[in-house]
Design a protein around this ligand. Structure first.
Ligand SMILES: [Zn+2]
Ligand SMILES: [Zn+2]
Length: 269
Protein backbone atom coordinates (compact mmCIF):
# COMPACT_ATOMS: atom_id res chain seq x y z
CA UNK A 1 0.00 0.00 0.00
CA UNK A 2 1.48 3.33 -1.02
CA UNK A 3 2.18 5.82 1.74
CA UNK A 4 0.25 8.62 0.05
CA UNK A 5 -3.14 7.09 0.78
CA UNK A 6 -2.31 5.78 4.26
CA UNK A 7 -4.47 8.30 6.06
CA UNK A 8 -6.66 8.20 9.15
CA UNK A 9 -9.64 10.55 9.19
CA UNK A 10 -11.25 9.63 12.51
CA UNK A 11 -9.17 10.18 15.66
CA UNK A 12 -9.95 11.18 19.23
CA UNK A 13 -7.84 12.89 21.89
CA UNK A 14 -8.24 14.01 25.49
CA UNK A 15 -10.62 16.73 24.30
CA UNK A 16 -13.17 13.95 23.76
CA UNK A 17 -14.93 12.81 26.94
CA UNK A 18 -14.05 9.16 26.22
CA UNK A 19 -10.33 9.54 25.49
CA UNK A 20 -7.26 10.49 27.50
CA UNK A 21 -4.84 10.52 24.57
CA UNK A 22 -2.63 13.61 24.34
CA UNK A 23 -2.82 15.09 20.86
CA UNK A 24 0.97 15.19 20.32
CA UNK A 25 1.09 11.46 21.21
CA UNK A 26 -1.67 10.76 18.66
CA UNK A 27 0.21 12.68 15.96
CA UNK A 28 3.50 10.98 16.83
CA UNK A 29 1.84 7.57 16.65
CA UNK A 30 0.47 8.46 13.21
CA UNK A 31 3.86 9.55 11.91
CA UNK A 32 5.51 6.44 13.34
CA UNK A 33 2.83 4.20 11.79
CA UNK A 34 3.80 5.67 8.40
CA UNK A 35 0.62 7.66 7.86
CA UNK A 36 0.90 10.70 5.61
CA UNK A 37 -2.18 12.52 6.80
CA UNK A 38 -4.69 12.52 9.66
CA UNK A 39 -7.76 14.40 10.84
CA UNK A 40 -8.32 15.05 14.53
CA UNK A 41 -12.06 14.49 15.07
CA UNK A 42 -12.90 15.02 18.73
CA UNK A 43 -16.49 14.44 19.80
CA UNK A 44 -18.84 17.37 19.97
CA UNK A 45 -22.21 15.99 21.02
CA UNK A 46 -24.52 18.78 19.97
CA UNK A 47 -27.16 18.44 22.73
CA UNK A 48 -24.40 18.89 25.36
CA UNK A 49 -22.85 21.87 23.61
CA UNK A 50 -22.81 25.38 25.07
CA UNK A 51 -24.22 24.08 28.39
CA UNK A 52 -21.88 26.53 30.12
CA UNK A 53 -22.10 29.01 27.29
CA UNK A 54 -18.83 27.85 25.82
CA UNK A 55 -17.88 25.08 23.40
CA UNK A 56 -14.80 23.98 25.32
CA UNK A 57 -14.15 20.76 23.40
CA UNK A 58 -14.26 22.35 19.99
CA UNK A 59 -12.22 25.38 21.03
CA UNK A 60 -9.43 23.38 22.66
CA UNK A 61 -9.30 20.65 20.03
CA UNK A 62 -9.36 23.11 17.13
CA UNK A 63 -6.63 25.31 18.60
CA UNK A 64 -4.36 22.41 19.48
CA UNK A 65 -4.84 20.72 16.10
CA UNK A 66 -3.75 24.02 14.54
CA UNK A 67 -0.58 23.84 16.63
CA UNK A 68 0.01 20.26 15.48
CA UNK A 69 -0.26 21.35 11.84
CA UNK A 70 2.74 23.59 12.35
CA UNK A 71 4.66 21.20 14.60
CA UNK A 72 4.41 18.21 12.24
CA UNK A 73 4.77 20.15 8.99
CA UNK A 74 6.71 18.13 6.39
CA UNK A 75 6.25 14.92 8.39
CA UNK A 76 2.50 14.54 8.74
CA UNK A 77 -0.39 16.59 7.42
CA UNK A 78 -2.84 17.29 10.26
CA UNK A 79 -6.41 18.39 9.49
CA UNK A 80 -8.65 20.15 12.01
CA UNK A 81 -11.76 18.03 12.13
CA UNK A 82 -14.65 17.23 14.38
CA UNK A 83 -17.08 14.39 15.01
CA UNK A 84 -20.41 16.18 15.08
CA UNK A 85 -22.86 14.06 17.08
CA UNK A 86 -26.64 14.36 16.79
CA UNK A 87 -26.73 17.74 14.99
CA UNK A 88 -30.48 17.50 14.42
CA UNK A 89 -31.16 17.34 18.16
CA UNK A 90 -30.37 21.04 18.29
CA UNK A 91 -29.84 22.38 14.81
CA UNK A 92 -29.30 25.94 15.95
CA UNK A 93 -26.32 24.95 18.08
CA UNK A 94 -24.92 22.77 15.32
CA UNK A 95 -25.13 25.57 12.77
CA UNK A 96 -23.55 28.04 15.21
CA UNK A 97 -20.62 25.69 15.84
CA UNK A 98 -20.04 25.16 12.12
CA UNK A 99 -20.25 28.91 11.50
CA UNK A 100 -17.71 29.59 14.27
CA UNK A 101 -14.87 27.34 13.09
CA UNK A 102 -13.28 26.56 9.72
CA UNK A 103 -13.09 22.83 10.17
CA UNK A 104 -11.14 21.03 7.49
CA UNK A 105 -13.28 17.97 7.98
CA UNK A 106 -16.60 17.19 9.65
CA UNK A 107 -17.85 13.69 10.43
CA UNK A 108 -21.60 13.37 10.91
CA UNK A 109 -22.62 10.88 13.61
CA UNK A 110 -25.68 9.57 15.37
CA UNK A 111 -24.94 7.82 18.69
CA UNK A 112 -28.38 8.08 20.25
CA UNK A 113 -31.94 8.91 19.31
CA UNK A 114 -33.41 12.10 20.69
CA UNK A 115 -34.00 12.00 24.47
CA UNK A 116 -32.55 8.50 24.60
CA UNK A 117 -29.25 6.94 25.75
CA UNK A 118 -26.24 6.18 23.57
CA UNK A 119 -26.59 2.81 21.82
CA UNK A 120 -23.48 1.86 23.78
CA UNK A 121 -25.65 1.87 26.93
CA UNK A 122 -28.90 0.69 25.34
CA UNK A 123 -31.03 -2.07 26.83
CA UNK A 124 -31.47 -4.05 23.61
CA UNK A 125 -32.87 -7.09 25.46
CA UNK A 126 -36.09 -5.17 26.09
CA UNK A 127 -36.21 -3.26 22.82
CA UNK A 128 -38.10 -3.75 19.56
CA UNK A 129 -34.97 -3.81 17.38
CA UNK A 130 -36.89 -3.46 14.14
CA UNK A 131 -38.63 -0.22 15.04
CA UNK A 132 -35.64 1.13 16.96
CA UNK A 133 -33.41 0.74 13.90
CA UNK A 134 -36.17 2.10 11.64
CA UNK A 135 -36.01 5.26 13.73
CA UNK A 136 -32.22 5.27 13.66
CA UNK A 137 -31.99 5.05 9.85
CA UNK A 138 -34.79 7.60 9.42
CA UNK A 139 -32.87 10.12 11.51
CA UNK A 140 -29.62 9.37 9.65
CA UNK A 141 -31.47 10.11 6.40
CA UNK A 142 -32.70 13.43 7.81
CA UNK A 143 -29.14 14.25 8.85
CA UNK A 144 -27.86 13.52 5.32
CA UNK A 145 -30.59 15.71 3.84
CA UNK A 146 -29.41 18.52 6.16
CA UNK A 147 -25.93 17.74 4.88
CA UNK A 148 -23.54 20.06 6.76
CA UNK A 149 -20.81 17.47 7.19
CA UNK A 150 -18.37 15.75 4.85
CA UNK A 151 -18.53 12.08 5.72
CA UNK A 152 -21.17 9.92 7.39
CA UNK A 153 -19.52 8.13 10.32
CA UNK A 154 -19.97 4.44 11.28
CA UNK A 155 -23.40 3.88 9.70
CA UNK A 156 -23.88 0.51 11.45
CA UNK A 157 -22.80 1.77 14.89
CA UNK A 158 -25.86 0.55 16.89
CA UNK A 159 -25.49 -2.98 15.55
CA UNK A 160 -22.13 -3.28 17.25
CA UNK A 161 -24.02 -3.47 20.55
CA UNK A 162 -26.96 -5.71 19.60
CA UNK A 163 -26.10 -9.23 20.82
CA UNK A 164 -28.15 -11.17 18.24
CA UNK A 165 -26.39 -9.42 15.35
CA UNK A 166 -22.89 -10.46 16.35
CA UNK A 167 -21.31 -12.64 13.70
CA UNK A 168 -24.49 -12.93 11.59
CA UNK A 169 -25.14 -9.39 10.54
CA UNK A 170 -28.23 -9.18 8.40
CA UNK A 171 -29.20 -5.67 7.43
CA UNK A 172 -31.79 -6.75 4.85
CA UNK A 173 -34.83 -5.53 6.86
CA UNK A 174 -33.41 -2.01 6.47
CA UNK A 175 -32.09 -2.25 2.91
CA UNK A 176 -34.58 0.30 1.53
CA UNK A 177 -33.76 2.76 4.30
CA UNK A 178 -30.04 2.25 3.74
CA UNK A 179 -30.44 2.68 -0.03
CA UNK A 180 -32.25 5.98 0.55
CA UNK A 181 -29.33 7.16 2.74
CA UNK A 182 -26.78 6.12 0.10
CA UNK A 183 -28.69 7.89 -2.69
CA UNK A 184 -28.98 11.04 -0.58
CA UNK A 185 -25.23 10.98 0.17
CA UNK A 186 -24.38 10.43 -3.50
CA UNK A 187 -26.67 13.24 -4.69
CA UNK A 188 -24.98 15.68 -2.33
CA UNK A 189 -21.42 14.53 -3.05
CA UNK A 190 -21.04 13.47 0.59
CA UNK A 191 -18.74 10.66 1.64
CA UNK A 192 -19.42 7.41 3.45
CA UNK A 193 -16.94 6.50 6.16
CA UNK A 194 -15.29 3.08 6.31
CA UNK A 195 -14.76 2.89 10.06
CA UNK A 196 -12.15 0.24 10.83
CA UNK A 197 -12.69 0.10 14.61
CA UNK A 198 -14.97 -2.92 14.23
CA UNK A 199 -12.00 -4.93 12.91
CA UNK A 200 -10.14 -4.66 16.21
CA UNK A 201 -13.28 -5.35 18.23
CA UNK A 202 -15.59 -8.36 18.59
CA UNK A 203 -17.69 -7.24 15.61
CA UNK A 204 -14.85 -8.30 13.30
CA UNK A 205 -15.93 -6.10 10.37
CA UNK A 206 -15.81 -2.51 9.26
CA UNK A 207 -18.75 -0.17 9.84
CA UNK A 208 -20.34 -0.43 7.36
CA UNK A 209 -19.03 -3.65 5.82
CA UNK A 210 -17.99 -4.53 2.27
CA UNK A 211 -21.43 -5.45 0.84
CA UNK A 212 -22.81 -2.08 1.98
CA UNK A 213 -19.87 -0.11 0.62
CA UNK A 214 -20.30 -1.94 -2.68
CA UNK A 215 -23.99 -0.99 -2.64
CA UNK A 216 -23.09 2.67 -2.01
CA UNK A 217 -20.90 2.56 -5.13
CA UNK A 218 -23.70 0.94 -7.16
CA UNK A 219 -26.07 3.73 -6.13
CA UNK A 220 -23.69 6.43 -7.35
CA UNK A 221 -21.46 7.02 -4.31
CA UNK A 222 -18.16 8.53 -5.33
CA UNK A 223 -16.43 9.30 -2.05
CA UNK A 224 -15.37 7.16 0.85
CA UNK A 225 -13.20 8.16 3.81
CA UNK A 226 -11.35 5.81 6.12
CA UNK A 227 -10.80 6.13 9.85
CA UNK A 228 -9.71 4.00 12.81
CA UNK A 229 -11.81 5.88 15.40
CA UNK A 230 -8.80 5.48 17.71
CA UNK A 231 -9.21 6.66 21.31
CA UNK A 232 -5.67 5.52 22.25
CA UNK A 233 -2.38 6.38 20.50
CA UNK A 234 -1.65 2.67 19.93
CA UNK A 235 -4.81 2.34 17.79
CA UNK A 236 -3.94 5.21 15.42
CA UNK A 237 -3.86 3.90 11.86
CA UNK A 238 -5.11 0.48 12.98
CA UNK A 239 -6.49 -1.60 10.07
CA UNK A 240 -6.40 1.39 7.70
CA UNK A 241 -4.74 -0.77 5.03
CA UNK A 242 -7.63 -3.24 5.42
CA UNK A 243 -10.13 -0.40 5.09
CA UNK A 244 -8.45 0.74 1.86
CA UNK A 245 -8.54 -2.81 0.55
CA UNK A 246 -12.28 -2.98 1.26
CA UNK A 247 -12.76 0.32 -0.62
CA UNK A 248 -10.82 -1.15 -3.54
CA UNK A 249 -12.87 -4.36 -3.51
CA UNK A 250 -16.04 -2.26 -3.52
CA UNK A 251 -14.84 -0.63 -6.73
CA UNK A 252 -13.35 2.62 -5.44
CA UNK A 253 -10.05 3.72 -6.95
CA UNK A 254 -9.67 6.72 -4.64
CA UNK A 255 -10.01 7.54 -0.98
CA UNK A 256 -11.21 11.00 -0.02
CA UNK A 257 -9.21 13.35 2.21
CA UNK A 258 -10.44 16.80 3.18
CA UNK A 259 -8.71 20.12 3.65
CA UNK A 260 -10.61 23.35 4.34
CA UNK A 261 -13.80 21.46 3.60
CA UNK A 262 -12.69 20.48 0.10
CA UNK A 263 -12.33 16.87 -0.97
CA UNK A 264 -9.02 15.66 -2.35
CA UNK A 265 -9.09 12.26 -3.99
CA UNK A 266 -6.03 10.12 -3.26
CA UNK A 267 -5.35 7.12 -5.48
CA UNK A 268 -5.55 3.76 -3.73
CA UNK A 269 -2.44 1.94 -4.95
ZN1 LIG B 1 -18.82 8.03 16.85
ZN1 LIG C 1 -15.42 8.58 16.94
Amino acid sequence: MGKQCLIDFHLHTEHSPDSEAAMPAVCNAAAEAGLSRIAITDHVEIPALYKDGYDRTAALSYAQAGGMQALFKGRLQVERGIELGEPLHDLEKAELLLDTYDFDFVLGSLHNLIDDVDFYHYDFANADIRSLMDRYFAEVLDMVRWGRFHSLAHLTYPFRYIPEFRGKEDYSPWQDAIDAIFRALAERGLALEINTSGLRQSMGRTMPDLPMIRRFKELGGERVTVGSDAHFPQDVGCNIADGLEIARQAGFRHIAAFHKGKAEMLTIE
